[in-house]
Every structure is written in C-alpha cells, then in structure tokens.
Design a protein around this ligand. Structure first.
Ligand code: MLT
Length: 425
C-alpha cells in the first residue's frame, strides 16, 4: 500500500489589518441586532442554563405544519423535471412566470381592477420591502404604524431616510401610534405628511385588521397629501371579518397611491420555500409623472433574477382550486391555534387583542416592560414569546404570542401559562 506523506509548512499568521473603508453610518444607527435573531440568542442562553427545558416557541411567526400535498406534488414534479432535458429550464423572467402572475391576479386582484402585468413575483415580502427601499432611495420621509413589523423601520434606517436613535425611536420617522385607545388605527388628523406610509393589515404584531372605513380614510389621507402607501397584506387570508378588506385595492382610488405586497409564507407554509409578490399599479406615479412600475421593473431586473422555478410551481398549485382549498385549511388550523391562545389569556384575566383576524395574539401587561415579561415567561414557562417593544415604542407593555405551532405545543403552552398566570385575578 502506497503511503503518502503530507508536508505542512508553518508560516506565521499575518498581522491583523483593518481596512480603510468607512462603515455605512446608517447601519451604525441601528440599535441592536434584528429582533428575531436577538430572541433566538436569548432562547439559546436559556437552553444552555436549563438544558432539560422543553422550550416551546410562540415567538417568531414561523410556520410549523407540512405543506399541503397538492402543492408539494407540484413542486416535486417541477424539481424532477429539472433532471430531464425536456423539463430543464434556466433563468426565468425576473418578474415571475406569466402563468403565475395571471393566476395571482385572477384569484386575488382581478375583481379589484389589477392586471397580471402589475404583479411582480418574488422570493417574499420582506425581500420586496428591501427592494422597494432601494427603489425609493435615501431622500424619502417615512411614517409607520407603531408597533410594526421591524423591517419597515430598520430598512428605512439602513437606507439613510432617518436620523439617529433618540432613546425612544429614530429621528425623522413618524411613528403612528396604534394602541387600544385608538382602536389600533392612527389618528390621521394629527399625522404629518410623509412621502411613504408603511401600513400592515392585519397588523403584525397587534393582530388588528383595519376596517373598510379606516382604510378609506388612510387612502384619502395619502391622496390628499400625495403620499405612497406600502401596504403589507401578508396575513390577509386570516381575516374573518367581512368589514375588513383583504386588499388595499378594495378601496377606490388606492391604485393611484398604494403598492401592495403579499406572500405565500404564512398561507402555504412557504417561509422556507420563499415565494411572494408585490403589486405596483400602472396608475401609481411619481411627482414628475414617471410610473413607479417602470422603476420597480428596473430594480427587479437589476438586483433579482426571478423566484425559484420550483417555488413558482408550488405557488401555481396554491392558486388552483385543490391547492387553494388545502391552503385555506392550513390557515384555518393556525386560526384555531390563535383562538385557543386568545381564549386562554382572556380566561386568565388578561386584556387580549388580535387573534381573530390574524395569527398573532397581543397580550397586555400594563405597567410592565415587555422585555421583562418576555424574560419572565421564558424563565417560568420555558415559552418564547416576542416582546411588544421590539416592534416599536408603542408596543411597550405587551407581548405577542404567535399561533404558528403544532397543536400539541400550543395546548402544552396553554397548560404552562395557566400554571403560572392562572390565578391572575
Ligand atoms: C414575525 O414573527 O413577525 C414574522 O415571522 C416575521 C417575518 O415574516 O419575517
């Protein structure tokens, strides 16, 4: 047997150098890590301290149930096709497959006047929000719901649209407070004009879905001020209340002032598969008359190469009758989880919001700091939640419980909550 000898030469490690490149000063303005990795870090620390603890996560809104069979079959077929000459394909259109754009439009937007050419298929809403920010550039003024999904504010900070953090929030950002006192809808009579308004309904984290009347006033506000609404509808299919629109385009005139972004993540369990879309109506124009759709198309064709064709095959299946029915069942399952959590907290005497039109339950702990409550629940119940203040100053005093989880985990969480907080009143 031949033996090979390996000769290793030891050289002294080069001295560490620091580049002469200045850090993006806007990233330096961000306070801590992005919310969910920070929560994951605390969870790991808890697990290390209590290795036997069986931690339940009601923290990040990440889906847990298998993707419905009709949809999985379509993705299987698409991936197997890639292994054949006939089924192979390379780059697709950056805007998404024509067939999928048509199917999204037919199922969700045709009745509200949108066209397939206005629908841009992507790898998800979060990514699209980043690309929208790239399109808008640094010179925009921004308003957002407070509390809100952290991506809106963090991406605005990174782009340079804001000043530094003043201990409460970022300078220059208009935080539109949404709390029980105002029915979780901002007082627009007091809101100053901004170029952009990020608005999420049903809201993450509060679970509040805006009514038709509320959205009408939002659209009127944007029209009167010449603002653009970036409407995040990622949870729209969780809406039960007929009085709450599932798309901003149900409101007349929205097509001239609103972009809508949405995703299959929370509908079909696609958080890992990655597929979403953004609607940019032809009628939406900048002050100089340039249609936004033209610029968004430029962004997508420049920094995006189209969503995975396997994911797109899955998306197409979601929109066919059988896939649609299976997907709605999945949504229903998570809504039942939400109802279980909501009822539990109510029965224990907490003030609870959300959970009826959204997969998030928003629980009040008046007078307490959200991070303290988060830490206490983790310590006493081995349950991860999300501290309300992580979504903005307006979320202080609340924690969010996510309904994404296996049923047995949710039921086990209920038992643990009752054991610790059951005697609240
Ligand atoms: C959340 O927990 O708020 C969501 O999972 C975040 C996301 O959709 O990116």
């Amino acid at each position: 047997q031949a033996r090979r000898t390996l000769s290793v030469q030891c050289v002294a490690a080069p001295e560490q150098v620091t580049t002469r490149v200045q850090r993006n000063k806007n990233i330096g303005k961000l306070q801590a890590g992005y919310l969910f990795p920070e929560i994951a870090r605390r969870r790991r620390a808890h697990q290390e301290a209590k290795p036997d603890a069986k931690i339940i996560s009601l923290g990040i809104g990440d889906t847990t149930e298998p993707i419905p069979p009709f949809i999985v079959e379509a993705m299987k077929k698409a991936s197997e096709g890639l292994g054949t000459l006939e089924g192979y394909s390379g780059y697709g259109a950056e805007q998404g497959k024509g067939e999928l754009r048509e199917a999204v439009c037919k199922r969700l937007y045709e009745k509200v006047g949108r066209k397939p050419s206005e629908i841009f298929v992507s790898d998800g809403s979060k990514c699209d929000i980043g690309r929208l920010q790239l399109m808008f550039g640094a010179d925009m003024t921004v308003a957002l719901q407070d509390p809100a999904y952290p991506v809106y504010v963090d991406s605005s900070v990174i782009m340079g649209m804001t000043g530094g953090h003043n201990g409460t929030g970022f300078e220059g950002v208009q935080y539109m407070v949404c709390r029980p006192e105002n029915d979780f809808f901002p007082d627009l009579s007091k809101a100053p004009r901004t170029d952009l308004i990020f608005f999420c309904s049903p809201n993450n984290p509060t679970g509040a879905a805006a009514t038709r009347a509320q959205l009408t006033s939002l659209v009127e506000f944007a029209r009167a001020n010449g603002s653009i609404i970036v409407y995040d509808a990622a949870y729209a299919l969780y809406i039960s209340d007929d009085n709450c629109p599932k798309s901003i385009y149900e409101i007349p005139g929205a097509e001239e002032v609103a972009i809508e972004t949405c995703s299959f993540s929370k509908y079909a369990g696609f958080t890992g598969v990655r597929l979403g879309w953004t609607v940019v109506p032809e009628q939406l124009r900048y002050a100089d008359g340039t249609p936004l759709i033209q610029d968004f198309n430029r962004i997508m064709t420049t920094v995006f190469n189209g969503a995975s064709i396997i994911a797109q095959a899955g998306g197409l299946a979601c929109l066919q009758d059988e896939g649609w029915a299976q997907m709605l069942q999945l949504v229903e399952f998570y809504k039942e989880n939400a109802a279980i959590l909501r009822k539990t907290f109510q029965e224990m005497g907490f003030t609870v919001y959300g959970g009826e039109n959204a997969p998030y339950v928003w629980v009040g702990f008046p007078g307490q700091k959200s991070w303290d409550v988060f830490a206490e629940i983790l310590e006493k119940c081995d349950i991860v939640t999300t501290p309300g203040s992580g979504f903005g100053p307006g979320g202080e005093g609340f924690v969010r419980a996510s309904a994404f989880g296996h049923r047995e985990s949710v039921l086990e969480a209920v038992e643990r909550f009752k054991a610790v907080y059951g005697n609240k009143q």
